[in-house]
Design a protein around this ligand. Structure first.
Ligand code: NAD
Length: 307
């Protein structure tokens, strides 16, 4: 399978590196020249529980330099860069190209659909973690999993092809027709912890410094699940609530990506997470006041930084 990863940051490099190690033909596409140059000259340094090694043989290219149409295009940009990134690789999307998004947040299918018919889009959720350590160097510790299904809900051969390829790379992937439950439950987790940490500057465990810190996080998560249920997705608040409590108790010193982005002066994924939930809630008549408050506060931080 000719696999192209669009957005070869922390997650894209992890997935591309692990797929490359199975012998798949992998092309990493990114606009971060330092990262691309490091991979081209020394291979990708991949640090996982299975060792610290260099993966050779990956093609690492800027969008305009890539030429071969992909069998599978895995989108791993941050959600606010998806449209521009896909526009940059239109020439790699052939009539048989399947596109998979495991990005966080909502609205990813709609963005991809501007470039590919929905029949060729796969959508999913992953709990694998990854961090970019330095150009050409990515780290991921612990175990994760993936759930995916077709974006239009139909059974199709490309689901099995994709699951097989990801499992060959040790990524623990399951085909799951109820994938939207997992997607929304992860949105609930992220809408709570990402936005509150981004606004307060707290690491996840510090949300316990006052009793209401945890309560606000749980309120956001419950609002998100109420919106999901009103849209017809059978998500359950119990799992995200349990995961948030576990994260607050155990993720000492962890800075969610939205906090890292705010601290680095970069745009965040808040529109695709809290913003998309509030918009969906408006459509189905369910208010999400805590989620909306956090959205407004993160927007304020972003606008101030841009100004
Ligand atoms: P990242 O910022 O490390 O990587 C994104 C990459 O996209 C960057 O290397 C950037 O240069 C590249 N990019 C931006 N614009 C581009 C363009 N126009 N063309 C090509 N490349 C472009 O982000 P990440 O942490 O890998 O996250 C990617 C997605 O996966 C996000 O939606 C995130 O929420 C989700 N996710 C992340 C993790 C994690 O642990 N990092 C876990 C699960 C899901």
């Amino acid at each position: 399978m000719n696999i192209t990863v669009l957005g070869a940051g922390a997650m894209g490099s992890l997935f591309g590196g692990l797929l490359g190690e199975t012998g798949a033909l992998v092309t990493l596409i990114d606009v971060n020249d330092a990262h691309l140059e490091a991979i081209c000259s020394d291979g990708l340094r991949l640090e996982t529980d299975h060792g610290d090694r260099r993966v050779a043989g990956l093609r690492a290219l800027r969008p305009e330099a890539a030429t071969s149409a992909a069998d599978l295009l895995i989108v791993f940009t941050k959600s606010m860069h998806t449209t521009a990134a896909l526009a940059g690789v239109k020439h790699l999307i052939g009539e048989n190209t399947r596109v998979l998004s495991l990005q966080n947040g909502l609205g990813n299918v709609e963005k991809i659909q501007e470039f590919v018919p929905i029949e060729r889009i796969l959508i999913g959720m992953t709990t694998w973690p990854a961090d970019m350590v330095a150009p050409g160097h990515v780290r991921s510790h612990g175990e994760g999993a993936i759930k995916l299904w077709s974006a239009n809900g139909a059974q199709c051969a490309s689901i099995d092809d994709c699951v097989t390829a990801l499992n060959a790379a040790g990524l623990h992937c399951t085909a799951d027709p109820t994938v939207w439950v997992s997607i929304w439950e992860k949105v609930a987790f992220n809408a709570a912890l990402n936005s509150i940490c981004a606004v307060t500057g707290c690491t996840v465990d510090q949300l316990d410094l006052v009793p209401d810190g945890r309560e606000i996080a749980l309120s956001v998560a419950r609002e998100v699940i109420a919106v999901a249920q009103a849209t017809g997705v059978a998500a359950d608040a119990e799992r995200p609530v349990r995961n948030i409590e576990h994260a607050i108790a155990h993720h000492r010193g962890h800075k969610p990506s939205m906090l890292q982005d705010v601290q680095a002066g970069r745009p965040t994924e808040v529109e695709g997470i809290n913003g998309a939930v509030v918009a969906a809630g408006t459509r189905v008549g369910v208010r999400a006041p805590c989620t909306e408050l956090m959205l407004t506060l993160v927007r304020l931080i972003e606008r101030r930084q841009r100004a």
